[in-house]
Design a binder for this molecule. Structure first.
Ligand code: HEM
Length: 255
């Protein structure tokens, strides 16, 4: 069986290179190198030192630096891949979707995607069904009690903020990719956790919501995807990529 991309030598070499680079960067900052500008990592480092009496966990800081560097690209790609698979598998919806996009051009979304309700519904359904970051890691700052459990300062907590995406009482048939639900229903903001919430809500949310529609509209209005491998995409309950195999195919221009 062919090796998946994440096991390939090229990928592992790139990974070593990137994490090596980030490791050097983090060590230099811990040693006192100035950022030059007031960047986000300076904030992270200052708070970590303050909260932990000057102690730092190097690996954790390298992961933070990686997330700051990577934020967004992987998530957006994952959502698009998963969404495309489902849209292409539903020829009826694909037809209606393309009808709505007829005449689509580079200025079409200049005023947002309100004028494209089916398209908007599709984006929301992709966000619901394939949350790229379904669970968030948190550390208790102030002790509190939740559902009979006492949580002390410093304890690690996983917050499954996208759980409502799969609650039957909120979304009927939650495991079905059904964009039309967004046209037929009005859902509360609290039932949507793809971009997190509160103070640390995704800084790139608005950018992702520009990127995804543009890519999807360009791909689906201009191309047919000739898929050359079986897709294996599942609903993701874990942190990481819900795509369990590479997808091979060719985009062929529509005439
Ligand atoms: C579909 C795409 C994306 C998804 C699903 C996503 C998801 C998330 C989530 C769930 C969080 C909250 C993390 C937490 O509370 O611990 C977050 C934070 C963040 N995201 Fe995104 N994100 C996406 C795209 C982007 C893009 C395009 C950028 C930047 C260009 C970005 C930058 C950030 C940053 C900097 C934070 C940290 C905010 C903070 O801690 O105050 N994200 N993202």
């Amino acid at each position: 069986m062919a090796k998946g991309i994440y096991e390939s030598e090229a990928f592992l070499a790139d990974k070593d290179f990137v994490f090596g680079l980030l490791g050097d960067f983090v060590k230099r900052r811990i040693a006192g190198e100035e950022a030059g500008v007031d960047d986000n990592f300076s904030e992270v480092l200052a708070r970590t030192l303050e909260d932990n009496d000057g102690e730092v966990d190097l690996q954790e800081l390298i992961s933070e630096a990686y997330l700051l560097l990577m934020a967004g690209t992987g998530n957006t790609a994952k959502l698009l891949n998963c969404g495309l698979q489902h849209i292409l598998a539903d020829s009826e919806w694909l037809g209606e979707f393309r009808e709505e996009l007829a005449g689509y051009g580079q200025d079409s979304f200049a005023r947002g995607i309100k004028a494209y309700p089916k398209f908007k519904a599709t984006i929301f359904e992709i966000e619901r069904m394939f949350p790229a970051a379904p669970v968030l890691a948190r550390t208790v700052a102030k002790p509190f009690e939740f559902a009979g459990y006492r949580l002390e300062r410093g304890e690690k907590v996983l917050h499954l903020q996208t759980l409502p995406h799969f609650w039957e009482e909120v979304y009927e048939e939650p495991y079905r990719f059904k964009p039309i639900r967004w046209i037929e229903n009005k859902y509360s903001k609290k039932s949507r956790g793809s971009f997190g919430g509160s103070t640390h809500i995704c800084l790139g949310m608005n950018l992702a919501r520009i990127h995804m529609p543009i890519v999807l509209a360009n791909v689906l209005s201009g191309y047919e995807l000739r898929q050359e491998s079986k897709d294996e995409i599942k609903v993701n309950f874990n942190y990481g990529v819900p795509q369990v195999s590479d997808i091979l195919g060719r985009f062929v221009a529509r005439i």
